[in-house]
Design a protein around this ligand. Sequence first.
Ligand SMILES: *[C@@H]1O[C@H](CO)[C@@H](O)[C@H](O)[C@H]1NC(C)=O
Ligand SMILES: *[C@@H]1O[C@H](CO)[C@@H](O)[C@H](O)[C@H]1NC(C)=O
Ligand SMILES: *[C@@H]1O[C@H](CO)[C@@H](O)[C@H](O)[C@H]1NC(C)=O
Length: 412
Amino acid sequence: MRTASFLCFTFIIFVSQIVDNSEASFIIRRAPKKPLSPVIFVPGDGGSQVDVKLNKPSTVHIFCTKATKEYFNIWLNLELLAPLIIDCWTDNAKLHYDNVTRTTSNSPGVEHRIPGWGDSETVEWIDPSHAKQGAYFKSVGNMLVDNGYVRNVSMRGAPFDFRKGPSELGQYFIDLKKLTEETYDLNDHEPITYIAHSMGAPMLMIFFQQQTEAWKEKYVKRMITIAGAWAGSAKAVKVFAMGDDLGSLGLFASEMKPMQISMPSLAFLLPFPAVWKPDEVLVSTPRRNYTHSQLNEFFTDLGYPIAWEMRKDNLKFVENFAPPNVEIHCLYSTKMKTVEGLRYKSNDLSSTPELIYGDGDGSVNLRSSQACTLWRGLQKQSISTLNVEKVEHFEILHNEKVVNYIKDLMIN
Ligand SMILES: *[C@@H]1O[C@H](CO)[C@@H](O)[C@H](O)[C@H]1NC(C)=O
Ligand SMILES: *[C@@H]1O[C@H](CO)[C@@H](O)[C@H](O)[C@H]1NC(C)=O
Ligand SMILES: *[C@@H]1O[C@H](CO)[C@@H](O)[C@H](O)[C@H]1NC(C)=O
């Protein structure tokens, strides 16, 4: 059977060669493949490597490293996330907000860099040692390479400092435009397919809003988003209040919190008004409710008004939910318990709230991962969706249906 179908397949190729190329010689060649659209991966929150170099005036514990000659990887280096050492790590990874310049900087004596610009390797694997937990765009990347893509030529990566919000990432959008044009030139002027995860989706929305229609028609084939946090997530409210343990890495949310709440990206990712109504309750206490339009009061009462300052810096990006005007494929998951709100049993916001759950992928609420469909009828380019049920926000990157969908779109 197998032989028969193989022969039949060969025959079709042979005949089509003769028909297509009647003047050519009768040599059996493989049918010309459709040209591959080069890929640029755009990672999400936590999806890029971060290296630091230290020359610190002081450290939080005596055993913390004070100075290093070279840059070393801190994200996602699981050794540095061990108990005790995590305090050293937090001080090296966290940002400090300046409410006058409206920008963040590292702790004194910490220099950072995001390695691997243009390369796919550092977004295929977040952990340079390629530990299993650090697998990121690996499954999609391997599938593409198996089908003819070449790392660093037709498959690129656009990592960024995910700790920051778009208000501080202006240079990233400029660099992404350059990388797009360079990749287009490197690949016989084939338009680009962008593949984004999580926060990468709204980052690309902003990027495309900034480009002219002519530029997009020339350089952009499509965007594919996986678990896109298009319109933020209620989980960001939870992280500001309690921190997050990053799933099953054996970490404590409370230990991760000081680093996490210092990130303007977390304030950017608070629920967007595109899919949250102003009077929707996000946090409740016996005394009062905090609605979407009262998040600023929540952060004041939480004793962390900086969160709202960082949000204000990014409001113009959050509030402009205009269509990107490119072909979109939104791949997402549902039916995983996803935080929708917090309910405190006491009026003390330092107590532990009960989490209210709704539908989503465990991190991003369904209404946000589906928000791409709000642009149907508002842009002429098509918007397709794939819902894979019961797959977690990071696991979905390795989901067979997702990988096959991308394969069908890109290769077959
Ligand atoms: C800025 O920060 C300083 C010091 O933390 C604080 O005293 C001041 O009230 C803040 N200003 C604004 C506008 O938030
Ligand atoms: C990727 O390409 C760039 C520029 O073409 C080059 O500088 C870099 O070393 C390459 N990286 C790898 C891993 O080949
Ligand atoms: C908070 O909102 C809920 C509806 O979401 C309402 O039933 C409740 O009475 C409100 N609580 C307070 C204290 O206003």
